[in-house]
Design a binder for this molecule. Structure first.
Ligand code: ARG
Length: 463
């Protein structure tokens, strides 16, 4: 007979209960209780299917399905007493169901295992997070598109190597992030479509001899179809890894933008003013207004990518099918998901609230000889000079301006003619930053007309 202290779910062959340390290392209830709603949805679908296929009676299925709703409401209201001895969410729920409805509870686990159960629960949880991420990304993209539309023609310096390169528009810069987050959104959707196969009914690893209907449970849980190989279904965590890698790439984008906001909000740049709502003060320096939200977003990529690496390491040496190592999948994903959603929301808030300082942007736009390429292009276009030669002449003019401490438009026509006598007064028409950006009308270029076209395209996509 079973010792009273042995596990009531699987303790049949055990004479004694686990050591306290065994229980501590084995239990996942401390964290997998986050999947309670998914666990109960999976069990309700399973019970309905068992009745429909005649494996259990309708009466038992009804009692199980009703009882599970009671368990759910107990969990949601915080009354539920989670037990470490019962290891995980699956056994906690089932044990409580037994207390509520008695004998029929013992029929719920027919034709399934915790292995397909946990894979199903976790997939449902990750799928919900992908949906939340899609919403967060859409909101962030919407905020960026608004910024881009407002400042489609505001000039600012464009950088390469963080050195002033050519003037660009604020709208163009905002829309660059729209493209990045747009790719993230499409990766989220791809991942969701690929993961949407139901593990339920794979049972422990080999399938089951009961006449179950896996299509029925798959449909009830919103899956497109049942997973086609039971060994794979219980040992696959690709969906969690894809979630983490999509999250990592997106977090990297968030981090790059956060880095720009940190730089731009500094006293040296003053390109943007972050709102009080998304800034913090210093406890010692009264003048400080710090971009903490941006800094924290910049740091999030570390833990999210860390989670991705950690789960890769957990999975890489596992033989088929389930191994308990896989219980280590959840905390990483939970933490990454929480922080990804928070970072998306914080970035959206910052973008909505921030003010671009149009004057500072414009003043900086012309600095660093940013229209030198326009000068060279003019010589190619008007004087038919080969680009390499035009590049050389322009370099000489930049050196001259630099030596005098002036900008390119401040040089006189005589100065210019001294370097290349073909240059005419018309050159000054391309040296202004507005002209520079307006001329960059190539598809995807920085001209306000191009930016507005991309804004319109995205507004249509967002609906
Ligand atoms: N708590 C387990 C996990 O998270 C559930 C699956 C347990 N399966 C087993 N055969 N012990 O992975």
């Amino acid at each position: 007979m079973t010792d009273k202290t042995s596990n009531q779910m699987w303790g049949g062959r055990f004479a004694a209960g686990p050591d306290a340390i065994m229980e501590a290392i084995n239990a996942s209830i401390g964290f997998d209780q986050r999947m309670a709603a998914q666990d109960i949805a999976g069990s309700r679908a399973h019970a309905a299917m068992l009745a429909a296929t005649g494996v259990i009676t309708n009466k038992d299925a009804e009692a199980i399905r009703e009882g599970l709703l009671t368990v759910l409401s107990e969990i949601e209201s915080g009354q539920f007493q989670f037990s470490t001895a019962l290891e995980d969410i699956h056994m906690n729920v089932e044990a409580r169901l037994k207390e509520i409805i008695g004998e029929p509870a013992g029929r719920l686990h027919t034709g399934r295992s915790r292995n397909d159960q946990v894979a199903t629960d976790f997939k449902l949880w990750v799928r919900d997070q992908l949906d939340a991420a899609a919403k967060g990304l859409e909101a962030l993209i919407g905020a960026l598109v608004e910024q881009a539309e407002a400042g489609a023609e505001w000039v600012m310096p464009g950088f390469t190597h963080l050195q002033v390169a050519q003037p660009v528009t604020w709208g163009h810069h905002m829309m660059a992030y729209v493209e990045m987050f747009g790719r993230d959104l499409s990766r989220v959707r791809d991942a969701r479509a690929r993961m949407n196969e139901s593990p339920l009914g794979a049972a422990a690893l080999a399938g089951t001899s009961f006449p179950i209907d896996r299509d029925m449970t798959a449909a009830a849980l919103g899956f497109d179809r049942p997973a086609a190989n039971s060994l794979d279904a219980v040992s696959d965590r690709d969906f969690a890894l894809e979630f983490l890698s999509v999250a990592s790439i997106c977090a990297m984008h968030l981090s790059r933008f956060a880095e720009e906001l940190v730089i731009w909000s500094s006293a040296q740049f003053r390109f943007v003013t972050l709102s009080d709502r998304f800034s913090t003060g210093s406890s010692i320096m009264p003048q400080k207004k710090n971009p903490d939200a941006a800094e924290l977003i910049r740091a999030k990529v570390g833990r999210i990518f860390g989670a991705n690496t950690a789960l890769m390491m957990v999975m890489k040496g596992l033989p088929l099918a389930y191994s308990k190592d896989m219980q280590e999948d959840k905390e990483q994903v939970f933490d990454a998901a929480d922080n990804w959603m928070l970072a998306l929301a914080a970035m959206e808030g910052m973008v909505r609230d921030m003010t671009a300082n149009r004057d500072s942007l414009a003043a900086a736009a012309g600095s660093g000889f940013s229209t030198a390429t326009d000068l060279a292009d003019w010589m190619v276009r008007v004087l038919k000079v080969p680009f390499r030669d035009a590049h050389h002449v322009t370099g000489a003019l930049v050196a001259m301006a630099e030596a005098r401490g002036v900008d390119l438009p401040d040089l006189s026509l005589a100065d210019m003619k001294g370097v290349h006598d073909g240059i005419t007064e018309d050159i000054f028409s391309v040296l202004g930053v507005e002209n520079s950006v307006n001329s960059r009308l190539s598809y995807g270029g920085t001209a306000p007309a191009q930016v507005r076209a991309q804004v319109a395209r995205w507004k249509e996509i967002l609906g």
